[in-house]
Design a protein around this ligand. Sequence first.
Ligand code: DQA
Length: 143
Amino acid sequence: MKILIINGPNLNLLGTREPEIYGTLTMETYLEQLRARFAEVEIDLYQSNSEGAIIDKLHSARGAYAGVVLNAGAYTHYSIAIADAIRAVSPLPVVEVHISNVAAREEFRRRSVIAPACRGSIVGFGMMSYDLAVEALTKEAAL
Ligand code: DQA
């Protein structure tokens, strides 16, 4: 089974970016742990700071992956184009992920325009949010 993680803007700076909110682990180090935990799953990572590149990646994921874990960063809150792309690749399941508890932060972070297009959302568990999303996708695929 193949799963694609897509990380949006500024998530390439995990480890040094606002560590009090996002922690000190880099995505590369975290990914090693994730791959060890889900040894039977092939996990690819794609990161882009550009909306169009994220949309292109979503388009190419259909047929190539069993599911996508998407942290769209700030695009979460206003990108109708990414929400449309998620719907456009249906039935590919896309799980929305956030490291921080966006519901407990600024008002503008409480709205996700992509959530209604996603299979589900996992929010606020730190980097473990990605674990939980991969687990959800693998368990559903096994049903
Ligand atoms: C984030 C939350 C977003 O509001 C923010 O813009 C990010 C990271 C998170 O993982 O907590 O870039 O998606």
